[in-house]
Design a binder for this molecule. Structure first.
Ligand SMILES: Cc1cc2nc3c(=O)[nH]c(=O)nc-3n(C[C@H](O)[C@H](O)[C@H](O)COP(=O)(O)OP(=O)(O)OC[C@H]3O[C@@H](n4cnc5c(N)ncnc54)[C@H](O)[C@@H]3O)c2cc1C
Length: 433
């Protein structure tokens, strides 16, 4: 019996929609299935999209896609109990097209992408939580929904971070995510008049500002970073937390995000803004969260479902990898259609593409990043040290001036950081990040 479709894509996030658009553009009969009532309603993202790869399927997409603001400035900093120190990247080139990055709200972007998939010829069905993959021995021959099989020679699994379709199967034999490779993302959205956003952050119309913070003021032992992104008429704020560091601390996610939001530096940015949305989601990031394989007989796994989220405490990037890996899976499926075969040998082209496009090397090369990223000192003593150091360098007190060496020592003393730790962590930082 002929298959129902040339390809089935599960999950209408960035990965699944990109794959479906490319497949439809390439002439494949593709089915895109999404469990949410609409694409995007189940998706949560802090929201900076580095969308270069979208150019491959949707040239000048930012003119039509409902993006929020194009980013003209990125800030990175440390928060201590009630102070902060930060650094800006402010590049004039970011103010003109093609913009480097945009703030986005996924309910809008993903719905738009799903519509583009439909316009390209894909069959898009929402409100369908796929139950499981249709396994025939070691081969995946489609999916099962409400007990009914739907078949295709190729299934692209793009069901996101807590990929229920792959957990406990040969693709990901462990039954649940590993806590050491899992983070918790919490996000709140605050409404504020666009003119006030622009005035507050020194932006022109359409321009956006993004900041990421090492949150050094959370309860002892809790490791996490905060973000704040400006949208058109809202501001997204949130935390990315190391799951393991939450255990046994009596720390609740809502209290932690409140602590971040009430820090004087952040509170000033949110003045008079009104909470309109709250969400939390797991993030499985880095090489340690990869599946047993990225392809096999009849299947490929893309985006978060494959662990392709790069998060080093300074940046979190997953949407760009979702788009790229979705597209590479689609190219491979199109080549398989042409070849008339979709066994593991043919679909190994996908893993080869992940290699040649730099996706795998990004994750493999930065495997050691966790040692730096989840070093407890980065969330306790170093934020205090950075704040004390720059406070000492930049404040006039009327007292005699001190040498840099003395300022450094006094910051070390105030933060309780030993010279040996500073040197050791400095070496780790340069080597591993
Ligand atoms: C708080 C937070 C902040 C973040 N900030 C950023 C950022 O600033 N920049 C960035 O690039 N990345 C960021 N990320 C990461 C980014 O959101 C993800 O990497 C990206 O969304 C991955 O896209 P995806 O398509 O692989 O998965 P998802 O976007 O999760 O999409 C998966 C889709 O599959 C659907 N689905 C799941 N199971 C089924 C099923 N059984 N049947 C049918 N459909 C199913 C889901 O409903 C969903 O629509 C952030 C993540 C979080 C949690």
């Amino acid at each position: 019996m002929p298959d129902d479709f040339d390809a089935i894509v599960v999950g209408a996030g960035m990965a699944g929609c990109s794959a479906a658009i490319r497949l439809a553009q390439g002439g494949a009969n593709v089915l895109l299935l999404e469990r949410g009532s609409e694409a995007g309603v189940k998706n949560l993202s802090g929201g900076i999209l580095w969308g270069h790869d979208l150019d491959r399927i949707l040239p000048r997409w930012w003119h039509e896609m409902p993006v929020e603001r194009h980013i003209v400035r990125k800030r990175f900093g440390f928060l201590s109990a009630d102070s902060s120190v930060s650094f800006d990247v402010d590049d004039a080139a970011w103010r003109s097209e093609p913009y480097v990055a945009h703030s986005v709200l996924r309910a809008r972007t993903d719905a738009w992408l799903a519509k583009k998939a439909e316009e390209a010829g894909a069959t898009v069905v929402t409100g369908v939580p796929v139950e499981r993959l249709l396994w025939e021995g070691t081969r995946v021959h489609g999916v099962v929904q409400s007990g009914e099989p739907m078949t295709a020679p190729v299934t692209i699994i793009a069901d996101g971070a807590n990929s229920r379709l792959t957990l406990g199967t040969p693709i990901r034999p462990e039954p649940r995510l590993r806590s050491e490779a899992t983070e918790l993302g919490i996000k709140e959205v605050y409404r504020l008049d666009p003119a006030r956003i622009q005035e507050r952050f020194g932006l022109g119309p359409g321009e956006g500002h993004a900041e990421e913070w090492v949150a050094g003021h959370l309860p002892p032992g809790v490791m996490g970073g905060g973000f704040l992104y400006t949208n058109t008429d809202t501001i997204s704020v949130g935390l990315i937390l190391h799951i393991g560091s939450l255990f046994g601390k009596g720390a609740y996610s809502q209290e932690l995000v409140e602590q971040f939001r009430l820090h004087p530096t952040i509170a000033a940015r949110l003045r008079d803004a009104e909470l309109v949305e709250y969400g939390a989601k797991l993030i499985s990031s880095g090489w340690a969260s990869r599946p047993a394989a990225f392809h096999g007989d009849g299947w490929m796994v893309a985006g978060d479902a494959a662990g392709f989220v790069f998060s080093n405490g300074i940046v979190i990037q997953g949407m760009n990898y979702a788009v790229r890996t979705g597209l590479e899976a689609a190219e491979t499926a199109l080549a398989a259609k042409k070849a008339g075969a979709s066994n593991a040998a043919v679909l190994s082209e996908y893993t080869r593409r992940l290699e040649t496009t730099g996706v795998l090397s990004d994750f493999r090369d930065f495997e050691s990043m966790d040692r730096v990223k989840w070093n407890p000192r980065f969330y306790t003593v170093y934020p205090r040290f950075a704040v004390e150091l720059f406070h000492g360098l930049m404040t006039e007190t009327g007292a005699p001036k001190r040498h840099l060496r003395q300022v450094l020592r006094s910051a070390q003393r105030a933060a309780g950081v030993r010279t040996t730790s500073l040197l050791r962590d400095g070496v780790d930082l340069v080597r591993d990040l």
